[in-house]
Design a protein around this ligand. Structure first.
Ligand SMILES: Cc1cc2nc3c(=O)[nH]c(=O)nc-3n(C[C@H](O)[C@H](O)[C@H](O)COP(=O)(O)OP(=O)(O)OC[C@H]3O[C@@H](n4cnc5c(N)ncnc54)[C@H](O)[C@@H]3O)c2cc1C
Length: 436
């Protein structure tokens, strides 16, 4: 009997636990450890921050889901992981041995990088966690009573930009609908080299469509921007400019979870976990990783450093490859190992319109510098597409499904995108307890 543990029950961890349960025989145990009692559909937090939808709309209780779908849930926080002894320690002091672990703990937030940054004692809001989004919403509703200078953006080193564009463009629409638009100035401040870059260079039409939309909505855009200090009413950039602010929502750079940062050799200096094409750790064969916690380096250098986005769909693809590969290692599947393609689709909702960004794959071929294809398209249907996808994803999580065959077929038929692909050659089995 094998014991597989998934740490983190977010967009990556919950579907991965379901898929493992689906692939492994009943005698193998699948344990899911979550420091939160609820699953949260993180992309919905933009709407929560702006008071459009309640948080409950994007959350599901984990305990009944785990019970219904044959996953053992431990509601606790992992504080330590010994990848040699293959042992996990929880906040409660409990320890847990595993044969394989899939780490899906998402981001921690580098608010300490800039003085005055963040919602914990600083002067900016965030929508990166459920608690941040609720705090951002309360302050946003106050801002609407007396609107003024609104600054939205991302800090140097950030790799997740889409939510900043969604926030500023949806905020603009709310102000317009309430007849308050002329009382507010809107500024987007971003380290990206151009608007619509989103951490991925040369996506066809992305810059043109995004810049045109921001211009049309009267939003000032400052690119290549490095925020260096934040005070209650000002944001300072490294070129000396200061921007007045009454409400600021600034996305931080991400790091990995603290136990990864504290375990020698498990992650890099930011707590991101290095992985092989199978998403197995190169030095600890019992460890797999997926989602935001994986080390995927930005291949380009810009004036202000930025990260590579790890989108929800890329995270799902990583989870599918990880569960497949663990099932191969345990002998439950006799198939080639898989790797995620990292072909990414991002539905960005901008109020009464939206832009679909597609990069297949996100990282261009290292030899040719080319992608299979990339494009951005704009339309109201993108907003409907995003709402439909959210409903579909929440339904899947209720039903205990990860990425069913019809979703894989649909992604290929509609967008030409595959989530995973086989790794050439026979399965390379590596015993979890190999010496390191
Ligand atoms: C505001 C926002 C909007 C976004 N919008 C989009 C979008 O429109 N489209 C898109 O494709 N992507 C979007 N993304 C990116 C997407 O949300 C991420 O790619 C995805 O959530 C990554 O999944 P994950 O499992 O790595 O992390 P998460 O979904 O964050 O899950 C990590 C989980 O691990 C738990 N955890 C952390 N540490 C521990 C510990 N020590 N012990 C136990 N549990 C722990 C956390 O509490 C959390 O529940 C958005 C991101 C943000 C912040």
């Amino acid at each position: 009997m094998a014991h597989v543990v998934v740490i983190g029950a977010g967009l990556g961890g919950l579907p991965t636990a379901y898929e493992l349960r689906h692939l492994l025989p009943p005698q193998d145990r699948v344990t899911l450890i979550s420091d939160q009692p609820k699953f949260t559909f993180i992309p919905g937090l933009v709407r929560v921050g702006l008071g459009i939808d309640p948080l409950a709309h994007f959350q599901l209780d984990l305990a009944p889901l785990a019970q219904r779908h044959g996953v053992e849930l431990i509601a606790d926080k992992v504080t330590d992981l010994d990848p040699t002894a293959q042992r996990i320690t929880l906040d409660s002091g409990q320890t847990l041995d595993y044969d394989y672990v899939a780490i899906a703990t998402g981001p921690s937030f580098a608010f300490d990088a800039i003085p005055g940054f963040g919602p914990h004692g600083g002067y900016t809001h965030s929508i990166c966690s459920p608690a941040h989004a609720q705090e951002a919403q309360a302050a946003w509703l106050q801002f609407l009573e007396n609107p003024g200078a609104l600054v939205v953006g991302a800090a140097p080193g950030a790799g997740c930009f889409g939510p900043a564009y969604e926030f500023v463009l949806m905020a603009e629409q709310i102000l317009r609908k309430k007849g308050l638009r002329d009382r507010a100035t809107l500024t987007l401040v971003t380290p990206e080299p151009y608007a619509g870059h989103l951490g991925v260079s040369n996506v066809n039409h992305a810059q043109r469509l995004t810049e045109a939309l921001l211009r049309k909505r009267g939003i000032e855009v400052i690119t290549n921007a490095a925020i260096t200090a934040i005070s209650p009413d000002r944001i300072t950039l490294d070129d000396g400019r200061t921007l007045p602010q009454q409400y600021a929502m600034v996305l931080p750079a991400f790091r990995g979870a603290s136990f990864i940062q504290n375990t020698p050799g498990l992650g890099n200096e930011k707590g991101f976990i290095p992985v092989l094409p199978t998403y197995q750790h190169p030095n600890f064969p019992s460890v797999y990783a997926l989602g935001v916690g994986v080390n995927l380096a930005q291949p380009e250098q810009f004036r202000v450093p930025i990260g590579l986005p790890k989108s929800g769909q890329m995270t799902e693809a990583m989870g599918m490859a990880v569960s497949h590969n663990i099932a191969v290692q345990l002998g439950a599947l006799q198939k080639p190992l898989q790797t995620p393609t990292l072909e990414a689709i991002c539905f960005a909702e901008f109020g009464d319109t939206g832009i679909l960004y597609v990069a297949a794959p996100v990282l261009p071929d290292s030899a040719t510098g080319q992608r299979r294809y990339s494009y951005a398209v704009q339309g109201k249907w993108v907003v409907w597409g995003k709402a439909l996808f959210e409903q579909y994803f929440m339904t899947k999580m209720r039903l205990g499904a990860a990425v069913p065959w019809y979703e894989r077929l649909g992604l290929r038929a509609m967008f030409g995108v595959d989530l995973v692909k086989p790794i050439d050659g026979p399965p390379q089995k590596t015993p979890a307890r190999a010496s390191v």
